[in-house]
Design a protein around this ligand. Structure first.
Ligand code: CO
Length: 286
């Protein structure tokens, strides 16, 4: 009996975009027809050697209805929010923030030159959790498990997945959407098989090198993301030097209405979020 492998349903090419105060970034996906990525809403890659591309940062702005996950590869950012949290993010650090009913925060570069590189992923919340209080956590690089499996450094930010039959437990667990978030660094030519629970969404984003996916060994180059079928194992094969994000999660299956920094289930809830923000009621005053 052969093991069923996940096939590619769709390949997305990261697009140049600008967000915050003129930060140049690559939007891998986000914005429209989000049901197919459920429970994920957006993935951005930011990366530049030019200060002008990032120096504006992301001044005070709101969110409601989902979680933001920032993963730094290089450079330094500072987070501040209405709950008086101050978080400094450096290379390898992760910030996991649940906006819930509302957060107002800034994300500003703490460097005036040099390279800045990382990712921001948006993870949706089910209706029952959209209006829960905001929470915030910083995960220092050295608190995030990294295990070497068959010559591949597997950094596990979230979730618990079987990689080549070995359980890899991440720094974050216990969320309703059960997100899995792996950063794979291939030190040699190798392949990995990852058991993703049946019915879960699985996304593979290549940010260095190139990989081959699935039975048909479809080649996926740097700057491309594959969305995979929801059944079977995920097979990723790559040459030494390739770097790949694997993002998996349990679909929520509810309507998604996205408007700027707010993601709710209905248009009325979006109108309410806009009104609350305009009237200074998005967050509890501190
Ligand atoms: Co933000």
């Amino acid at each position: 009996m052969t093991t069923q492998l996940r096939d590619i349903e769709e390949v997305l090419v990261a697009q140049q975009a600008s967000d915050g105060a003129g930060v140049r970034l690559k939007r891998v996906f986000g914005g429209q027809e989000l049901a197919r990525f459920d429970p994920f809403l957006m993935l951005d890659e930011f990366g530049s050697d030019e200060a002008a591309d990032y120096i504006g940062g992301f001044p005070d702005h709101p969110h409601r209805g989902f979680e933001t996950v920032t993963y730094m590869l290089e450079g330094y950012m500072e987070h501040r929010d209405h709950m008086q949290n101050v978080g400094k993010l450096g290379p390898g650090d992760v910030q996991w923030m649940k906006a819930g009913s509302g957060v107002i925060h800034s994300e500003m570069p703490q460097q005036e030159e040099g390279r800045m590189r990382g990712f921001q992923l948006w993870v949706n919340l089910p209706a029952a959790e959209k209006m829960t209080p905001a929470t915030y956590s910083d995960l220092a690089a050295d608190s995030i498990p990294v295990v070497n499996i068959a010559g591949v450094d597997v950094k596990s930010i979230a979730g618990s997945l079987l990689v080549n039959g070995k359980e890899v437990a991440g720094a974050v667990s216990g969320l309703t959407t059960d997100p899995g978030y792996l950063d794979l660094a291939f030190n040699e030519d190798q392949h990995l098989e990852i058991d993703v629970p049946q019915g879960y969404t699985a996304l593979v984003y290549v940010y260095e090198g190139a990989v081959l996916i699935g039975d048909k060994a479809y080649a996926l180059d740097k700057g491309r993301m594959a969305r995979l079928s929801r059944e079977g194992k995920l097979k990723v094969q790559a040459n030494a030097g390739s770097r790949v994000l694997v993002i998996t999660g349990k679909p929520i299956g509810e309507p998604i209405v996205h408007h700027g920094p707010f993601v709710m289930n209905t248009r009325e809830e979006i109108q309410q979020a806009v009104m609350d923000y305009t009237q200074g009621k998005l967050v509890a005053s501190s």
